[in-house]
Design a protein around this ligand. Structure first.
Ligand SMILES: Nc1ncnc2c1ncn2[C@@H]1O[C@H](COP(=O)(O)OP(=O)(O)OP(=O)(O)O)[C@@H](O)[C@H]1O
Ligand SMILES: [Mg+2]
Length: 414
């Protein structure tokens, strides 16, 4: 069966709306793409609603024009430093005479796992069951139909600050679209670039965007750890602005054209090493050393990779990740970053690109679009029904029409 699903990646650098026909096989046929520079966001969080609404509306219009679809609702990515996550266990007794575990028992166990103290200014974004334990037997993926006295569930719970969540919801709704669900960006990116084998064996997904670096650790097919670091490509660019005294646009251009973190140790011929570029004074030029440019990028990259390594160690799962690290997001394209990460962390590292795409896929099968592609994949796997896009537009208010409890029941029950 095919479903038309819309994903909106509200990134710090760009907004990307995808209208896609998603097949049960996982194949994603891109019908429309709406790409526009982001506005009103800082490190993954909406800081100016009017600007964000304008940019989201532009991206929606483009995607609608290209696809011929009227976008009613969409899956929307969320990130930012305000995100935090924890693992929680829920336990229930199976007291019926036959002791056969039903979907209702599973739902009760998941609800019990959610009975944790969440501060009033935070709310739950995801409650993801990972594995079940029946009478002490671990690692059960689907307990329905089994017999037992005691059912336990291990869940991964992601929370965020109410205000940051509300500002994102407001921005999307004011741009004229209802929200099918909010999805943590690294979970979406993981859905686009990781294989089942990666997730089963143990893997770290690292999405290095413009404003944030989003990390998700998968083991045994489930999600164990998520975190959003407030560093991304814009920090690399800003370092160039400060050290080289170049305007921001020039620094971004230099980074994309000449930037690398694997600059040869041997100095280049001076003719190859020098770049003629502008300064903050109109008409005034300066000579910039490529070696210096790349040393600046390298020191920022080393800081970022150290933070990624510290986060992996903090998770406690360091020894359980044979599939290593999959880097994605726009900044993962910085030449040499894969090798640097491999050398510094001593783990296998590869670049993750969205695959299994057709239609208008050409521009989309690259790292910056992992989140957008992952959102439509997530929509197929966890979505309630067909995204309400198409000729008839059905508006709905996310908060009013959504009962979160029912939602995760339908999302995750086996
Ligand atoms: N070839 C490249 N080399 C280095 N950096 C690159 C390259 N291509 C893109 N980038 C950087 O990638 C960043 C944008 O990445 P991406 O589109 O994934 O960000 P985003 O999703 O908008 O942001 P975020 O996820 O942080 O909110 C920019 O900082 C850009 O400079
Ligand atoms: Mg991103």
């Amino acid at each position: 069966m095919n479903r038309t699903i819309v994903g909106i990646d509200v990134g710090t650098t760009k907004i990307c709306t995808l209208v896609a026909e998603v097949h049960d096989t996982g194949k994603v046929n891109i019908l429309g793409v709406g790409l526009t520079p982001s506005k009103g966001l800082d490190r993954g969080v909406v800081v100016n609603i009017d600007e964000a609404v304008g940019a989201i509306a532009t991206s929606l219009e483009k995607a609608e024009r290209l696809s011929g679809y009227r976008i009613g609702t969409a899956f929307v990515g969320i990130a930012g430093r305000h995100i935090s996550s924890l693992n929680s266990r829920g336990v229930v007794a199976i007291s019926r005479p036959d002791h056969e575990i039903t979907r209702t028992d599973v739902a009760r166990a998941v609800e019990a796992a959610q009975a944790i103290a969440i501060p009033t200014q935070r709310e739950v974004i995801h409650v993801i069951p990972r594995a079940y334990i029946v009478d002490g037997h671990e690692g059960i993926r689907d307990p329905v139909g089994m017999a037992g006295y005691r059912l336990e569930v291990e869940t991964h719970i992601v929370t965020g600050e109410v205000m940051a969540i509300q500002n994102l919801i407001k921005s999307v709704e004011r741009a004229g679209v209802g929200i099918d669900d909010l999805v943590l960006q690294p979970l979406a990116s993981g859905a686009a670039v990781l294989t089942e084998e990666d997730k089963n064996r143990g893997v770290v997904l690292v999405d290095i965007g413009g404003g944030t670096t989003d990390i998700a650790i998968f083991i045994g097919g489930g999600i164990w750890h998520t975190v959003v670091l407030p560093i991304g490509g814009s920090h690399f660019t800003n370092d160039l602005v400060y050290v080289l005294h170049t305007p921001h646009n020039t620094a971004e251009y230099l980074k994309l054209k000449y930037g690398s973190v694997d600059y040869p140790a041997e100095p280049l011929d001076p003719d190859d090493d020098t770049i003629d570029t502008d300064t903050f004074s109109p008409g005034e030029r300066q000579q910039v050393s490529r070696q210096l440019l790349n040393e600046i990028l390298q020191s920022r990259a080393e800081q970022l990779v150290e933070m990624i390594g510290a986060e992996i160690r903090r998770s406690g799962y360091e020894g359980l990740l044979p599939a290593g690290i999959v880097l994605t997001g726009g900044s993962a394209q910085l030449p040499g970053l894969e090798e640097l990460t491999r050398d510094m962390l001593g783990m296998p590292v590869r670049l993750g690109v969205p695959t299994n795409l057709s239609g208008l896929a050409e521009a989309i099968d690259s790292p910056p679009y992992a989140t957008a592609v992952g959102l439509v994949r997530w929509g197929l796997r966890h979505g309630l029904a067909v995204s309400q896009s198409g000729p008839q537009q059905a508006q709905h208010n996310w908060r009013q029409t959504y009962d979160r409890f029912k939602m995760w029941l339908r999302e995750f029950l086996p």
